[in-house]
Ligand binder design. Structure first.
Ligand SMILES: NC(=O)c1ccc[n+]([C@@H]2O[C@H](COP(=O)([O-])OP(=O)(O)OC[C@H]3O[C@@H](n4cnc5c(N)ncnc54)[C@H](OP(=O)(O)O)[C@@H]3O)[C@@H](O)[C@H]2O)c1
Length: 262
């Protein structure tokens, strides 16, 4: 038997919402690229473009793999399909092996202040986007046996923190998709589907809300520091590995022990 390896040589991966250099998506893209995968850096906001260009270039320079930079809004079917078509063209591949549904977020706010627009945007990105990207990658992207779909969830559906009701609901919906798709895309198709659910990690989306971050971090069992994007990227690497072929339909909390198993 050959020596075990995490090599992703020859694999192609889309990581949505990966343009910001200090975000979880960029850390995942760097980690998959470091292990040999060709990767897509995706962003949606014009304001993120310079950061996304720098992220893509630094990965190319450091790891020498193919990196495609693609602006696309994953919250619409057209945006998701466009992202997948452009990936096939720019990476010069005929299929996509790994999809990380990372794009997401939502405001910290009372239910009293939640508008229809906020609700629609949050569900559109966190839930609809996950659906549209998965459809596009499985159909257009011809994800093969051994394919990996990772949804980036949250510990919010387990913790139900104040001021994150809608966010927690979207991530709970995403968890349900993970479990159902694991059967639909698993049996007969050979694709695994899992959620990696981070605890508090300092990034752009939550750096201004210590009132949410600190109480959750205080419940960590393994360490007292906040999580960093690399903590989450390392867990994604484990799950996209061939060695994780028997792990599917799971919501894996990567949070230094806030949410406990058993
Ligand atoms: N940080 C945490 O503590 C934490 C904890 C649990 C879960 N998470 C989850 O981890 C994921 C990454 O978050 P992060 O903390 O790394 O924040 P982040 O750096 O701000 O990343 C969020 C990214 O989502 C992208 N995005 C939003 N809507 C999009 C759309 N319609 N199409 C394409 N991309 C879109 C944004 O792209 P632009 O830059 O182009 O706007 C942004 O880069 C999210 O799903 C979040 O819910 C984070």
């Amino acid at each position: 038997m050959p020596v075990d390896t995490f090599s992703l040589a020859g694999k192609s991966a889309i990581i949505t919402g990966s343009g910001r250099e200090n975000g979880i998506g960029a850390a995942i893209a760097r980690t998959l690229a470091r292990n040999g995968a060709s990767v897509v850096i995706n962003y949606v906001s014009d304001s993120t473009r310079p950061r996304a260009e720098a992220t893509a270039q630094s990965i190319r320079d450091e790891f020498g793999v193919k990196v495609a930079l693609i602006q696309a809004d994953i919250s619409t079917p057209e945006g998701a399909q466009g992202l997948v078509s452009e990936t096939l063209e720019k990476l010069g591949v005929d299929h996509i092996d790994i999809l990380v549904n990372n794009a997401g977020g939502g405001p910290v706010q009372s239910i009293r202040d939640t508008s229809l627009e906020t609700l629609q945007k949050e569900f559109a990105t966190n839930v609809f986007g996950t659906v549209f990207m998965t459809q596009a990658v499985v159909e257009l992207g011809k994800m093969p046996r051994g394919g990996r779909i990772i949804n980036i969830g949250s510990i919010a559906p387990k913790m139900n923190p104040p001021l994150l009701a809608v966010y927690a609901a979207t991530k709970g919906a995403q968890n349900s998709l993970t479990v159902t798709w694991a059967a639909e895309l698993g049996r007969g198709h050979g694709i695994t589907v899992n959620t990696i659910a981070p605890g508090p990690v300092t990034t752009d989306i939550n750096k201004d809300c210590p009132e949410v971050m600190i109480p959750m971090a205080e419940q960590q069992r393994g360490d007292s520091r906040f999580g960093v994007p690399q903590d989450i990227a390392d867990a994604v690497l484990l799950i996209v590995s061939e060695k994780s072929h028997w792990i599917t339909a799971q919501v894996i909390h990567v949070d230094s022990g806030v949410v406990v198993g058993g």
